[in-house]
Write a protein that binds this ligand. Structure first.
Ligand code: NAP
Length: 340
């Protein structure tokens, strides 16, 4: 394993923003993590693990530590005694190809998570979710290297403390390096999603009971039309989390903005689509300030118009956070992680 110095991180992120890593290495197997870890310890360096770089905003000053680019590959399918299949993906596998392979094998459970950019290793960190399912619904356990103890451990679903776009990995940045994730997928199931976009897609096609691969195709089609192509436009996808509010707060907002959608999460809170608020209440959809803007088809997505800096993105995001607070009282949280 080679450790290099002063490597530009911009090219490793879908936002295409950020300065240099002081030290940089790629790891393809677990032993290399131990090597990287001992280098970081010896030199008293902070460690940052880079996957697909699709949910991060790296500082213009870069990262003054060791960046470990995760490139561990491999997928294993193991039928279990209850008729389900335990699928283990190495952390460096591309997430969407992983979903594609599971759908090809007719395994149910992650089909609506198609086309989310990133790696398998990043899926539990952010507890990725879309169109009615989240990674936590099918994750059995996560294998990780614990930087604090210097050991490889297996963490059960329960111990990952998953919640909406959150987990204990996200709450303890820099502590764990995920090396693989095991999912339990079903051989039989019903591939449905009652989310409006998915429902509309199938009703237009006159399909009542879509197959697994039809659901995957639908999600890919919807996402391709709503979100920018990361090969062409710098972006980290949804920049903010969709906020949860109490029923009282939701009703007060509905009285002011009757068209506003709101979805029950449980008997205490509702989820509000922030993209709708940024678009319809703040009138910020498709606008640009200098090199940063909101995407024309989805206001929750911030885009780099070409030469944006991390500072400009932070400033623009801060402006959106303030205007949402001023108009609705809602305090918005970024979904994208700031590094450096
Ligand atoms: P959307 O489908 O317009 O949904 C906007 C918001 O409304 C989300 O909070 C969504 O909840 C909620 N929602 C919509 N229909 C719902 C229903 N039938 N029941 C309950 N909640 C409902 O959002 P979008 O921006 O176009 O994104 C599409 C999907 O991709 C969403 O599920 C979104 O969360 C997901 N996504 C995930 C990531 C990620 O994991 N990093 C990034 C981008 C988008 P949920 O968020 O709980 O689904």
């Amino acid at each position: 394993m080679t450790i290099t110095e002063n490597i530009s991180l911009k090219e490793f992120t879908t936002f295409r923003i950020g300065g240099n890593a002081r030290f940089f290495c790629t790891v393809k197997k677990e032993e290399e993590i131990l090597e990287a870890f001992s280098f970081a310890q010896k030199n008293k360096l902070q460690v940052f693990v880079l996957g697909g770089g699709s949910n991060i905003l790296i500082s213009d000053n870069g990262f003054d530590g060791l960046v470990i680019k995760m490139e561990m590959k491999g997928i294993e399918f193991l039928p279990d005694e209850s008729g389900n299949v335990r699928v283990t993906g190495a952390a460096g596998e591309d997430w969407d190809s992983f979903v594609g392979k599971c759908v090809e094998k007719e395994l149910y459970g992650i089909e609506t998570l198609s086309y989310i950019p990133g790696t398998v290793g990043a899926a539990p960190v952010q507890n990725i979710g879309a169109y009615g399912s989240e990674a936590k619904d099918t994750i059995d356990c996560v294998r990780a290297f614990d930087i604090k103890t210097g050991e490889f451990i297996s963490i059960s679903n329960l111990d990952c403390h998953f919640s909406y776009r959150d987990s204990m990995f996200k709450k303890n940045p820099g502590r764990y390096i995920v090396t693989s994730v095991t999912f339990i997928l079903k051989k039989e199931g019903k591939a449905v999603s009652d989310y409006k976009d998915v429902r509309d897609y199938f009703s237009k096609k006159g399909i009542e009971s879509p197959t697994l691969s039809q659901v995957r195709d639908a999600v890919i089609y919807i996402r391709q039309n709503k979100l920018p192509d990361v090969k062409l436009i710098g972006t980290a996808g949804s920049f903010f989390k969709n906020p949860f509010v109490t029923y009282e707060e939701a009703h007060a907002l509905k009285a002011k903005f009757p068209e506003m959608p709101a979805y029950p999460v449980n008997d205490k809170v509702m989820k509000i689509p922030l993209g709708w608020i940024i678009d319809h209440i703040c009138n910020y959809k498709g606008i640009s300030k200098g090199e940063v803007g909101t995407y024309k088809n989805q206001a929750l997505v911030l885009v780099n118009n070409g030469n944006a800096t991390a500072e400009e993105v932070k400033q623009f995001a801060g402006e959106i956070i303030s205007i949402v607070k001023e108009k609705t009282g809602i305090v918005v949280d970024p979904e994208v992680e700031y590094i450096g």
